[in-house]
Ligand binder design. Sequence first.
Ligand SMILES: [Fe+2]
Length: 546
Amino acid sequence: MHRKTRFNPRPLAVALTLVSGVASAGVLARDPYLQKVGPDTALVAFRLAANCSPEVRYGVGAVSEVARSEASGRVHAVVLTGLKPATEYSYEVSACGLKTPVKRFTTAPEPGTRRVHFAAVGDFGTGGSDQKLVAADMLARKPELFVALGDNAYPDGTEADFQDHLFAPMAALLAEVPLFASPGNHEYVTDQGQPYLDNLYMPTNNPAGSERYFSFDWGHVHFVSLDSNCAIGLSSAERCSLADQKAWLQTDLAGTTQPWKVVFFHHPPWSSGEHGSQLTMRRQFGPLFEKYGVDLVLTGHDHNYERSKLMQGDGVASSGGIPYLVVGGGGAALRAFSVGQPSWSQVRDNKAHGFLDVEVVEGVLTAKLITTDEKVLDSFTLRKDLPPVEQPPPADALSVTVEGERGVAPHRALFRAATSSDVPVTWDFGDGGSAEGMTAEHTYAKAGQYTVTATAAFGAVTRTATSVVTVSAASGGETGGGTDAGPPSTGTPDDRPSPPTTGTPSTDDEGGSGGGCAAGPTAALLPAAGLLVAGLLRRRRASQRP
Ligand SMILES: [Fe+2]
């Protein structure tokens, strides 16, 4: 799947030099880095300094699980599966009799989860001090994922550039924060980005199975990474085409159900930096962004920070619109702007390195440009209305319904339990009686107020639910009227005529016109409509008498 065969392992002595000062020195030629982390999976990639059979030990808390690499040689990518979403895992790599320090990462939340924290920056891959400062600041904030905007490995995107200018200087960050990267023009210098493909493990959810452009969900944010190099003609047709990428993007954006959509790539549609606006990206992809409600576009290429106003087409939107950002201060030397600040440019700066820290909570996206001197250079908020979340019932839910909450003794009531899983239910009727089963029927002999308790055991967890049944005396009781009956539409068990042995008052409508009749079980539980019909019948019979 991944074209790793082009990797030319370095001599061991060189490899050891690469990791000098790193805790895993002597074990790995490249420290572990996290790729393709999802709700239940993660890929741990690393490179050995010598040939042996490595394994990744991992777990929640203790590293009690083991996943062995199936690869031979020194290039390894171990996939962890069966993980729990939004859960912190510890892991270490064990190889050649040694092991790396324990690192930690958090799996993606379930798609749709309305809380996401990510970081984004481009143009960092120098191996210099500014890149390391930005990476350290990013790690200190511990975003859930790192979105890289291209020019990840200067100057030419070679194997050595990736090692020396991406993996070595950002090792601590990449070991604990999963990287999702777009290719920049400097990655395309070498074989149209082939080392980028060889060194990174990106999603391949497009018809070409290409890692050059892809999408994924993280919580309630749909992320799309485009290959702007391909789009502006830097790729040969058999490797990548603008038409294929556009067709895929349209299908992808039309198909997502996540409320937030963030698209990132390298060449900026709007920029007043050294390179300026990339009009092919604006005009080929902007209409799709607008049609499908993209909320935010993140780019790099120019070595500065710039945020546009809300844009539509070739100008500022009269309503709606998309903010386009250049976040190109990741480590490369900052550069002068090419022109004075245009009217479409909301904020711009070329004095500070820094990264964009973004939190998306429910319908609010808050982004801050955090500089290496710990200042917030820019901050903005996007808002949208989200529908209420439908809460699934808890796994151990229990509820009860009662037919016949009120009645006259002897009063019979029917009970039903509803549980979220098939578990035994026991009933305590509150008068000493009990039963088992999802439904139960019980007759109360005496007047009183009874608390009925249903109990269900969900493994080690026990849940109870209660209801109250009120029973009145057979005659001269405190209730007795039709208004004490249950809801007319439910049809309580006591709608039926009373058993003859109960000695209830007569139900004869002629002789039972006194108050005692109304208090009888039948009358007491007659629906209101039934009482009305009974009254009409009484009047009709009376009028038919001579
Ligand atoms: Fe660039």
